[in-house]
Design a protein around this ligand. Sequence first.
Ligand code: PRP
Ligand code: URA
Length: 215
Amino acid sequence: MRKVEELPQVRVFDHPLIQHKVTHLRMKETSTKEFRELTSEIAMLMTYEACRSLPLQEIEIETPICKTTGKVLAGKKLALVPILRAGLGMVEGVMNMVPSARVGHIGLYRDPETLEAVEYYCKFPQDISERHVFLLDPMLATGGSILASLEFLKKRNIEQISLLCIIAARPGLEKVVEAHPDVDIYCAALDEELNDHAYIVPGLGDAGDRLFGTK
Ligand code: PRP
Ligand code: URA
């Protein structure tokens, strides 16, 4: 297989603003407040690029000077699906860019012993199958949580799914790409490995705990 970052469906951002913010997100001395703000800002910047392929339609408008045509987003708006808990930290940033998006939730936690993703909550907008879904989670480590979430979404016959994760680890990302080559993946950073507890190295630690101050 080609290196994941060379695949057309994977985009690892090299924008200086995103890299700067990811470095501050990684720092252990970054406060909970700053961590929340940075997560939201990075999600907002990633959204700009993840929306590049959204369809447009032409409409007639009138400026104070004359009649003309302009382009607006076409069809049903997006659905955002954060994976609880840490995905919640990305919702506000994405919503700043696409305020009319609907929001579904998938509740999963990673069993610390088996590392399997365990579902505890799932609620989607009724018309989710007609929407382009942005699946949100700041961390992709083993890939278990994203794989389980993609299975839930695909059972609902959703045709277009984009995944936005801030830090992806190469082993997990390779699994996701192999199982779901039709999903567009946007990452702010690609880390090479996991430690013995399946934490991303260098990573940023536990994203949920850092967002919500639970440790
Ligand atoms: C984290 C993270 C991902 C998952 C990634 O959540 O937000 O959902 O781990 O790991 P994986 O790729 O190996 O599945 P966690 O399970 O710690 O739950 P939390 O967000 O409630 O803290
Ligand atoms: N979940 C996290 O929050 N961080 C990791 O490094 C791996 C899984």
